[in-house]
Structures are given as structure tokens and as C-alpha cells.
Design a protein around this ligand. Structure first.
Ligand code: CUA
Length: 356
């Protein structure tokens, strides 16, 4: 039945393997649901890469496996086979074919990326900030004022350009449903463009190992209708000017609670009064209770302030140095720090503000 020539046999086995494997790989659901205008381009690119690589993989494996079985040495057969050296035609072929294939795929990928990254008409700028271990955002408000936000809302079907920065180490801003990710690199602003097309909530993930809280550095993006977005932004813009959490606001415990919430403290710390249950840093309910002990004779507020602005001055036993970002002293205004200290003391360490 099968032809005698090894080459013809390998070809038949290879063709059968491709016919089985290719439909299987293409039918696997590799990606989450498409959430942006460019998602299908990325998915198609991936499918093309699969179509190109499955036959190459099969070719290499068929030749290797077939040769191992068919040309293996029998017992007592000590012959070494004929010496072979150099086959110019074969060498030219196996350099040229992969070269053309890889070059073609690279050009295709470059065209796709270039297409996704072209400037779109009426695109909205959204600033993205990475910090150990949370994402925050800022929108362009009226009079070139930036409106800060802890949440990411985007209007559906509107092109967005993200400007991505980091306050500390390298992070990577990734929205799997949108199919693109970009590193946030200290000292530079990276960017990527997208047009969200699917209403709903999508994951935001940090895709660069950035410290002990890396796996917790997650968030969501809400893709909403244009009206909802405008209302949300207006409310946020109004809130940012009226609340005491603003840099120049009054230093009250209530304002401190907002500072706590707005700066991602909850992603690393547990604090009942803020409904926070982070595990990366010390449990603040306990730290506040122990503040008098840690303060070593100073007022407890001084110790708490020091822990915010220069966290390495005293590290709670059991936690590595340098876990807490060193940058809050510059990021927060003096009023915000005062408010935060007041809030922490008022929290009393343990929810209801009652000490035992
Ligand atoms: Cu930020 Cu991982």
C-alpha cells in the first residue's frame, strides 16, 4: 500500500499529522472575548502564525521520528553508513525557505501593529499610572486640569490613547480583552491605542513581575455608553475639586479616608475602618494599636507619619524592607498626609474605633 521510498512515506505521515493537528490547534479557544476594534486583527495574526508553524513543527518531528525508527541500528550491525558531506541544494533550500517565511510573517505583524497604532480621529487621552501595587488613571478635564481616578471608565466605540507611566518600578499595563499590553517604564511614557467595542467590565492586569504584590495588581475597566461616561467623569471632576481629599483640602479624618482609598493603600494593607484587607504590608489595625510601642516615647502620630513618608526608618518586624513605596512623601500634599495620619489614629486600630 505505502510507497517504498522513505521520502514519500514521510510526506504521507506528515500530511496526515498536519490534517489532524491543524484543525485542533485552530479550534482551541486561545483568547478571551474580543473587546476592542483591533482584537480580531491580533487573533487573525495568531491564527496565521499557527497555520505557518504547525506544518514546520510536523516536518521536523516527522523526519526526526521516522529516521530514528526506520534507520536505527539493528543488533550486531556496526556499520556507520556512507559518509555524507555537503549538499549545496539542500542547504540553500533550508536557509531560504525559513528566511522567506520568517520575513513574510514579520512584515505581516509589522503592518498589523502599525495599523493598530495609527492615530485615530478624535481620540481621547487617558493617563495610566502604575505603582506598587495598583493602577490609577487621570483624564483630561476642562482648563487642562487632570482629573485623577482610581477607576478606569471608557466610553464604548471611542478611540483611546493611553499614556502609561510608572511611579516606581517596571509594570506592564495589560487588558487581555483589548489584546494589547505595554510596559510602564521608569522615566519614559509609553503608549498604546485602542477602541473598546464591548460594553461591560474587563480585567486590567499587571504583566510584569514588580514585587511581592504583583499578583494583586489587578483592576477593571468599565466600558460604558457615552452618556454614562460623561456623567461619571463630570461627577468625578466635581468631586475632585470639592472633597477634602484634594491636595489643598482640610486635614480631617474623613479626608484621610479618601486619601487612603485614592492611593491604593487598601491593596496592600488591612484596615477595618477602610474596609481594606490587603496582605502585602502590615495589618494597620494592629500597627495603629501598637503605634505607642513602636513610637518609642514620641507621639504615636509622629511614628505613623514617619511610616508614610519614610517607611524604611522603621519596618514592622516580619516584613521585608522596601515593600512600602518610598514616594508617598512627595506624592501627597502635607494636608493629605495630615489627614491620613488623623484617619489612621481615629480608626483606633480595629474597625469601630473602640480600643479594648
Ligand atoms: Cu505591577 Cu506586576
Amino acid at each position: 500500500m505505502l510507497p517504498k521510498s522513505p521520502l514519500a512515506r514521510m510526506f504521507i505521515y506528515g500530511a496526515i499529522a498536519v490534517a489532524i493537528l491543524l484543525p485542533i490547534t485552530l479550534s482551541i479557544d486561545w483568547f478571551p472575548e474580543q473587546g476592542s476594534a483591533s482584537a480580531h486583527k491580533i487573533d487573525t495574526l495568531y491564527d496565521v502564525l499557527l497555520i505557518a508553524s504547525v506544518p514546520i513543527f510536523v516536518l521536523v518531528m516527522t523526519v526526526a521520528i521516522y529516521s530514528v525508527i526506520r534507520f536505527r541500528a539493528r543488533p550486531d550491525d556496526m556499520r556507520d553508513g556512507p559518509p555524507i558531506h555537503g549538499n549545496a541544494r539542500l542547504e540553500v533550500a533550508w536557509v531560504t525557505i525559513p528566511f522567506l517565511l520568517v520575513t513574510g510573517l514579520a512584515i505581516y505583524a509589522w503592518i498589523t501593529l502599525n495599523d493598530i497604532e495609527t492615530k485615530k480621529k478624535g481620540e481621547m487621552l487617558v493617563h495610566v499610572y502604575g505603582r506598587q501595587f495598583e493602577w490609577s488613571y487621570a483624564y483630561q478635564g476642562p482648563h487642562r486640569r487632570l482629573i485623577q481616578s482610581n477607576e478606569l471608565y471608557l466610553p464604548v466605540d471611542k478611540p483611546v490613547k493611553f499614556l502609561i507611566r510608572t511611579h516606581d518600578v517596571i509594570h506592564s499595563f495589560w487588558v487581555p480583552d483589548f489584546r494589547l499590553k505595554s510596559d510602564a517604564v521608569p522615566g519614559i511614557t509609553t503608549n498604546w491605542r485602542t477602541t473598546p467595542t464591548r460594553l461591560g467590565i474587563h480585567d486590567v492586569v499587571c504583566a510584569e513581575l514588580c514585587g511581592p504584590g504583583h499578583s494583586l495588581m489587578r483592576g477593571t475597566v468599565h466600558v460604558v455608553t457615552d452618556r454614562t461616561f460623561t456623567a461619571w467623569l463630570a461627577k468625578l471632576g466635581g468631586a475632585a475639586t470639592s472633597t477634602a481629599a484634594a491636595p489643598g483640602g482640610a486635614a480631617t479624618p474623613a479626608a484621610g479616608k479618601q486619601v487612603f482609598a485614592a492611593n491604593g493603600c487598601a491593596s496592600c494593607h488591612t484596615l477595618a475602618a477602610a474596609g481594606a484587607s490587603g496582605k502585602v504590608g502590615p495589618d494597620l489595625d494592629r500597627v495603629v494599636q501598637d503605634a505607642a510601642k513602636y513610637a518609642k516615647g514620641r507621639p504615636a502620630a509622629d511614628y505613623i507619619r514617619q511610616s508614610i513618608v519614610s517607611p524604611n526608618a522603621f519596618v514592622v518586624p516580619g516584613f521585608p524592607r522596601g515593600t512600602m513605596p518610598q514616594t508617598f512623601g512627595q506624592q501627597l500634599s502635607p494636608q493629605q498626609i495630615d489627614a491620613l495620619v488623623k484617619f489612621l489614629i481615629a480608626s483606633g486600630g480595629g474597625g469601630g474605633g473602640k480600643k479594648k
